[in-house]
Design a protein around this ligand. Sequence first.
Ligand code: BGC
Length: 757
Amino acid sequence: MRMEQKEIRDLVRQMTLEEKASLLSGADFWHTKAVERLGIRPIMMSDGPYGLRKQDEKADHLGVNDSIKAVCFPAGCTAANSFDRGLMRRMGEALGRECQHEGIALSLGPAINIKRSPLCGRNFEYLSEDPYLAGEMAASMISGLQSQGVGACVKHFAANSQEHRRLSSDSTIDERTLREIYLPAFEAAVKKGKTWTVMCSYNRVNGEFASQNRFLLTDLLRGEWGFDGYVVSDWGAVSDRVKGVEAGLDLEMPSSRGENDALIVQAVREGRLDEGLVDRCVERILKINARCLENAKPETPWDMEADHALSGQIAAECMVLLKNDDAVLPLRHGEKVAVIGEMAVRARFQGGGSSHVNCFKVTSLMDALQGEQGIEYVRGYSLASEEPDDALQAEAAALAAKCDKALVVIGLPESYESEGYDRRHMRFPKAMNQLVEAVAKANCNTIVLCYNGAPVEMPWADCVKGILEGYLGGQNLGYANRAVLYGDVNPSGRLAETFPLRLQDTPCYLNYGGEGDRAVYSEGVFVGYRYYNQREMPVRFPFGYGLSYTSFACQNLHLSADTLTDRETLTVSVDVTNTGTRFGKEVVQLYVSDRESTVFRPIRELKGFEKVALDPGETKTVTFTLDKRAFAWWNTELHDWYVETGDFEIQIAKDCRRVQLAANVHVTGTAHVPVRFDKDSIIMDIARHPKAYEAYLREKKPAMFEKERSEAAAEAITEEMNAAMANYGPLRNDLSFGRSGWKEINDLIDRLNEAER
Ligand code: BGC
């Protein structure tokens, strides 16, 4: 039975101030508190995000102590490459069932912060460098999880894009960048995914801790986005608990052993904190917890083997084929293949820290290759050292030389990427890079299979024929690897982030991590592909990129209109055909490109994607609906989304670099940006406002210098300079250059303002 708002209010009315304050922090690491005399029961929450980390005793938030045996699904960095909302939903549903079985009411995830730099230690947990993709994937996972009656806790809100000084750093971000890049995924998680809870991050945002940031937790989350659940602090993120209550932080986790609860009581007693705000926090917590308890289904079975299989199926859909010269893949059964690299046996398949799952079993590549004819394995390198081992390398090259193909399995060791610290570089261990080069010399049919949670430099990319990016594939990665290597599954993953050529090329290379606590996001909206595209910079692999064993073609791009206003929607359709000989899946990507804008905008931004399954020769029509947001930027005068009237190109692309089809649409913005002219307004800006400019031209000609017709004068003042001088001239210049006096100038200003009213 659903607890009504009124019942909750009544319950809160019966509580003492102390009881209310006590409910605003955890009982222990994973439970909320109870109030027995009123029948208020605790709930249990657990990490997340891509596998259950339920701890019974000896709890911690860093993955130090053991949790129960569970199933590890592909990490966020991997899952996002699927570009498949249905798949995310299925993963959420499976996790939801597991939570039900284990009595977990809230699953702490998904983690969706934007990948500002490939160096962020936690990128493996996060989804993408693109806010639209991250938001869509997160919303799908949340819907799946919550369909099972288990709440999601989307994290870490907000702008938590580095681990360095993670409990104190101050993400300093301008308003437009925050709105366009760092917030939309959370907005989608709230509006589309309807997440029950949100976890605030450790860091400060523009000077204030996220855990006591009224703008984030109340004005935005609740006021603008309509969030009706509760906000949980990240574990230990609370600095000033009273400020937190005022800002809208409902639940402090894990606990402050009653000390912060007492501060809340004291602040209310001393009249420094409105008791009504405490009541609201309690009401919000009780409402969601009641929903969790009402939906609890402890009898739900947990078929671990089935989820292990599902984990492998999901991973197979997420692998990205990055290179496949001469169709070196798929492998043919019976072909002699040298499998080289210790990670083929001791796989790296998940990240470190609070998301670390205690797997009930792991299927490595070599496990999955059992029974396959023609496979021979050598170690190639030792995971115990980064330095090359000549003997192991020589043995590998010798084996490679006598096989049809060589498959080198490499990856980032656990210590290279983890929660708690950032990477310092983007390299694989030296031993692995050298091994690839040695093997590629010995066998021209060399394929590299990579396990990493974030982009890596691939200095050997041009020397090998095949590169298969496995990311962190979860505990059944071996199944997925084998299925894709042998072509049982046609690879269909697309990169959810750019692989730059080198670290120095990355957008925030000059200031990532910040100076002390101050991390200035000075690259603005130019994050990920938005930056590399703008600079036309070569990258190793672009955002959205990925190959298939078949081929696809897109045609018949059709727009429902060629002009519209920003109050209308545009329907875009395109036909996609499998032009090859195998079943496969294509990710149709839609980007919008603003042809002209008064603000700096990326040349194209992802605004739609669909994954389509096609038999050979089959064609399907894919349809997208674009609304105002697809064309808008965040206007800092209006403090709102704003469409600037003009032409936009709708682009259907293979990835963020390869546009296949394009069509133009003219969109008229309907928002009025209030404008006030004064003596310092320049002619160029007046000219942007048709009515004012008309009024201006009625009385004036732009103040061109009257040149003497001598050659020397023509050289000194070119036409371009003259035009520029006129354009950049403020209205007051008429005084300086003797064209009119203050009275006339002020009258003109009044008339311009009148015209624009
Ligand atoms: C992490 C969260 C996690 C929490 C509980 C924190 O250190 O940042 O993502 O949910 O611990 O383990």
